[in-house]
Ligand binder design. Structure first.
Ligand SMILES: Cc1ncc(COP(=O)(O)O)c(C=O)c1O
Length: 388
């Protein structure tokens, strides 16, 4: 079937956080959900489950675990077993459990910044100490990208460092890490006996001919110290259904993780399981069409910014539906997020919430119909033109 991603769906009366959070109805290109309907088979499966009419406590469907194992085998040649899968109500909860699992209160956890804001709060919430390592910004013309400073990464490790929270593909910089980059990080983690939490929630959202390499596939030694987090939520636009997946191959690590969850992690919503199974088994056609649409939106947005906003530098994302804009040379007084909100009536994410390296930046979500993206970019361009 052909999906129409140009269709505008009114979300204003659907309790959508994206659409109701801000008062003055700005165009919302902020939080990472997309303005598209989920795949038709997901909607159908949910209808059928609702029709059943009994919503009691449930067990994880056996077929879902088998499907996830098969998916990892097909996509990455990665052999995992159903027993190595733990369901989590959300990926943010999933990495908070990791922080509780590793080390003791007061121990340190590393992350590369700028990064998805809950990476910055999770260690603190779990009585650990966060150490941030800034990625190095590289600029070519109006395009920006980031590189890892491995010396800085290694020199930030202390005897108290127990964990590394890795975001791959990385939100907000919109790209995954190559084999070589991951190998270098992995070697350092092995050398210092550091547990890795690899958040791969964006790993299906690959633009153009990009591929993804799960950190745990690098070697058995790395798999042994890895918690991998994946979900159908971003991929199939169902984050409100809340079904996340932790893959932990090391038995001791997995038992510690389960202990850290005890009494805190609620059951997965039955509709979450239903949606996940339908998405993974029948969502492929939708995903192929979605990725083509997102790739075209990415090209359009980056080209538009290049042509019409010469003072803004942008990433050229190869994964996710997020682009990261450097507004520091745009002559904006104060915070660019506030500027675009009040002067352009467009809601973006404030770069500062991604760590101090994000000051002067905003994140733009292009997972929306092209007409909404165009309108938002036009309004941003007009606001920038007014300040010269
Ligand atoms: C890297 C990353 N991890 C986790 C999440 C949130 O996942 P969940 O809604 O399952 O907590 C997001 C959402 O944007 C994200 O970008």
């Amino acid at each position: 079937m052909n999906y129409n991603f140009d269709q505008i769906i009114d979300r204003s009366n659907s309790d959508s956080a994206k659409w109701i959070y801000y008062n003055d109805d700005p165009l919302p290109l902020w939080v990472a959900d997309m303005d598209f309907r989920s795949p038709e088979p997901v909607i159908r499966a949910l209808h059928e489950r609702i029709e059943h009419g009994v919503f009691g406590y449930c067990m994880p469907p056996v077929e879902l675990a088998e499907t996830i194992c098969q998916r990892m085998r097909d996509l990455y040649d990665w052999e995992i077993t159903p027993g190595q899968i733990i369901y989590v109500p959300s990926i943010v909860a999933g990495f908070n459990y990791v922080c509780r699992t590793i080390g003791q209160p007061g121990d340190e956890i590393l992350t590369l910044t700028p990064v998805y804001p809950p990476f910055l709060t999770a260690p603190r919430f779990q009585d650990r100490v966060l150490t941030t390592v800034d990625l190095t910004l590289v600029k070519q013309g109006q395009h920006i990208d980031y590189e890892i400073d491995y010396d800085l990464f290694e020199s930030s490790i202390t005897p108290q460092t127990r964990g590394f929270m890795f975001c791959n593909p990385h939100n907000p910089i919109g790209r995954g890490y190559s084999l070589e980059e991951q190998q270098r990080l992995a070697e350092i983690c092995l050398r210092h006996d550091i547990t890795i939490c690899s958040d791969e929630i964006h790993s299906d959202l690959l633009l153009g001919d990009t591929t993804h390499i799960p950190m745990a596939t690098l070697s058995p030694e790395i798999a042994d110290r890895c918690v991998t987090l994946i979900a159908p939520s971003k991929t199939f636009n169902q984050p409100g259904l809340q079904c996340g997946i932790a893959i932990i191959q090391n038995d001791t690590l997995r038992r510690s993780y389960e202990k850290a969850m005890r009494g805190l992690a609620g059951h997965i919503n039955i509709l979450g399981y239903t949606g996940a199974l339908a998405a993974y088994t029948q969502g492929g056609e939708w995903l192929t069409q979605l990725l083509a649409y997102l790739t075209a939106n990415r090209d359009y947005a980056v080209q538009y910014i290049g042509d019409n906003m010469p003072t803004i530098d942008a990433t050229y994302p190869t994964a996710t539906y997020l682009t990261w804009l450097d507004c520091r040379n745009a002559g904006i007084e104060g915070n660019p997020h506030q500027f675009f909100l009040t002067e352009a009536n467009v809601a973006l994410n404030d770069g500062q919430s991604f760590g101090k390296a994000g000051k002067g930046f905003v994140r733009l979500n292009f997972g929306c119909p092209r007409s909404i993206l165009t309108q938002a970019l036009d309004q941003m361009r007009d606001a920038l033109d007014k300040i010269g």
